[in-house]
Design a protein around this ligand. Sequence first.
Ligand code: HAM
Length: 417
Amino acid sequence: MTIKAVPGTRDILPEEIPAWRRIEEAAHRLFARYGYRELRTPVFEETELFARGIGGETDIVAKEMYTFEDRDGSSLTLRPEATAGIVRSVIENHLFQSDPALKVYALGPMFRRERPQKGRYRQFHQVDVEAFGLQSPQVDAEVVELAVGFLEACGIAEYEVVLNSVGDPACRPPYVETLRQALRANLTRLGPDSQRRTETNPLRVLDSKVPEEQELIAALPRILEHLCPACREHFEEVRRQLDLLGIRYRVDHRLVRGLDYYMRTTFEVTSGALGAQNSLLGGGRYDGLVKELGGPDLGGIGFAAGMERIVLAMPAREAERRCDVFLMPLAAAAFDEALRLQRGLRQAGARVLLDPEGRSFKSRMKLADKLGARYVAIRGEEEMKKGVWRVRDRAGSTQDDVAEGRVAQHLEEKLHG
Ligand code: HAM
């Protein structure tokens, strides 16, 4: 029996790596322009961090975490998202003291025990962006601007920005109670999940995709009509600035998100190219979280994008070229020189491969084509006698005989000139 990858995990194969690198490079390049610096936190943390940070009633904490007991009896969890660990690090390392407008980003694997399907994995990767210490709506608009700019830098042109406000500790609790009352009055029209959530977390009912519940949900009280004046003003200013920046969005009062730390602005960006798991990225403001986790009363806002989903939504690209020059020392006596030539060309920056096996000329040419070689340099008995390498240009289907002392320079000029 062969051993297979664990369900919900996947290998990122060499063919896919250029797309992943493109995403990573877009992140490094773009985020720096907005003042963000990279932070790397551990893949596992104390379980309590996520229970307190994300919320014990959320699906993530209640059902999806990879939690294990360490040998000393402590409970550890593979991070299901990046925000809680970043907040822990910001507090522990006092990062906000040296930098009152702290902006950090992180890339890496996350772990959730969800039912695997296209675009949903148990180990997946996020690009995560967090800004601390800034409460102005300008930051909310800028974070949304950064999110769409990032998708565009990855070559994704088709997407939809969905925006909402989930209120704050002044206006959300009374709204949640109003919502709960409305749900309780209609309990028989709800399925078992929504019935349970009516008591544990009524906002999550708004997320329900159950067809029979949609009519009722459409008629429920809406958070945007229950915002306090401060939250309403904040939301209006975020919208005004997005309009000013020319960023299109749709307001959806049902966008509540699956983590408890949000307040005020929440947003998601979806793609029609993805199917059921259509959320490319999601985020929002979480002003109470730093304090909740033992830090100062700092505001925070950010988002995380799923890298697997970005790869799925990205336009296909030409395969990466693996080889600039393929060396074919056909005569046994040409081998030593080929080795030296190979080393010199590589030191000059070229991608060079040499076939050391004694295959036929035809099969070597096939291999050169498969590797996408631009030039093939051949040296058989005849070329040895003439003191040359025969250099074939695969694209132009031309060939030159180049004196052995000049061949390295000739190829370098062709490649760089
Ligand atoms: P989230 O909505 O749970 O938010 O995840 C963000 C993104 O991660 C999703 O939009 C999706 O692209 C990707 N994602 C989530 N679960 C999976 C999965 N099982 N397989 C593949 N991709 C997945 C958060 O994680 C928040 N921490 C975002 C945030 C940062 N809010 C503020 N700061």
